[in-house]
Design a protein around this ligand. Structure first.
Ligand code: UD1
Length: 344
């Protein structure tokens, strides 16, 4: 056993896939999640994949007492991965205080607790949203941070600053900031995947729900961007690949003395794929047509962004391996599984 890791937001989309990879690599996982955007049944999916049902605490990380109780019970927690956060761009514009309260307080509570209980390692889930509309692609970790276009994006920037300032204060912890590009797909077992509440805001769940007939038509937001086919370009990264990077980051903080107190990594594939290319890849690999129409641009969308993952490749020893077609197949298999279970 490599040690205990607290995974906040561990029943969510990225949290659940990361829990699987942590357990597979020998860590013991304790999850805290308020189930605001996930379902308790995810724990059974994790168990079917790994044979281990992680310890679960239903609670909110903005509640410091609830968090402290976990550390009182488990005095030997070695690291924390903080996924617990609100993440819908549109909702953040409508309910900014909810976003600032949830995302900032959760992080500050964790940071406050860490030295008190001797926890040395924190992985923070950040986003390529911090780069805004980049002047140049692919973006590196040193590319300029642009003014955030939503309260959600702003919480990611502020959280990165809070971590930076806290570490500068000399506190005895290490933190790794991981900037995700666009995580998509599902576990190849189809036991866990993405299941947003209500109408999906993100492209891939909307696409798979359209393909299976839950939604009538996928709207493609804009075909007049200055890109080869006119649709936006993103760096779509397989969620299992992404999850594995968290294990590398924790291993490095816990085991490698060369690890700096604060390190930041892009987690992307290095390739830009357009929205239209993604739809075509899905149709090709599944043989299922996705009814879609071109509509106007979505406010706040970035035209094109993809990441340079060289730093993560060389220092973390991590690389995205799974291609977009295989990834789309996993997304589809997960959607079929939801249908089989009568969920969607
Ligand atoms: C957004 C956030 C990102 C966050 C991610 C997950 C920004 C700039 N980006 O990414 O930080 O991590 O959500 O919540 O804040 N699209 C369609 N039709 C749809 C849905 C999407 O054409 O029905 C297009 C969008 O216009 C975009 C692309 O698909 O070009 C990807 O959209 P989406 O999946 O929502 O992710 P991002 O907006 O890139």
């Amino acid at each position: 056993m490599k040690g205990k890791i607290l995974v906040t937001g561990g029943t969510g989309y990225i949290g659940s896939h990361t829990t699987v990879e942590l357990q597979n690599s020998g860590y013991e996982v304790i999850i805290i999640d308020n189930l605001s955007n996930s379902n308790i049944d995810v724990l059974d999916g994790i168990k079917r994949i790994t044979g281990i049902k992680p310890e679960f605490v239903q609670g909110d990380c903005t509640d410091i007492e609830c968090l402290e109780n976990i550390f009182k019970k488990h005095s030997d927690i070695k690291g924390i991965i903080n996924f617990a956060a609100s993440k819908a761009v549109g909702e953040s514009i409508a309910k900014p205080l909810l976003y600032y309260r949830n995302n900032l307080n959760t992080l500050m509570n964790l940071l406050e607790i860490m030295p008190k209980y001797g926890v040395k390692a924190l992985v923070f889930s950040s986003s390529c949203t911090v780069y805004g509309e980049p002047d140049e692609n692919p973006v590196t970790e040193n590319s300029p941070i642009k003014a955030a276009t939503s309260p959600y994006g702003n919480t990611k920037q502020i959280c990165e600053e809070i971590i930076t300032d806290y570490i500068k204060s000399g506190v005895n912890i290490k933190s790794t900031i991981l900037r995700y590009f666009n995580p998509v797909g599902a576990h190849p077992s189809a036991e866990i995947g993405e299941l947003p509440n209500g109408v999906p805001q993100n492209l891939v769940p909307y696409l798979t729900q359209t393909a299976i007939g839950v939604r009538n038509e996928l709207s493609v937001f804009g075909n007049d961007y200055s890109t080869p086919d006119g649709s936006c370009i993103r760096d779509f990264i397989n969620v299992v690949d992404l999850a594995k990077a968290h294990v590398c980051a924790l291993d490095r903080m816990i085991e490698n003395p060369e690890c700096e107190p604060l390190e930041t990594y892009n987690l992307g594939t290095g390739n830009g794929v357009s929205v239209m290319e993604l739809i075509n890849a899905f149709e090709k690999v599944t043989g299922v047509k996705v009814p879609h129409k071109i509509v106007g641009r979505r406010i706040g969308d970035i035209e094109k962004v993809w990441g340079n993952p060289n730093r993560a490749n060389s220092i973390l020893g991590w690389k995205a391996k799974i291609g977009i077609e295989e990834t789309m197949l996993t997304a589809w298999n997960w959607q079929l599984q939801l249908r089989k279970k009568g969920i969607m």
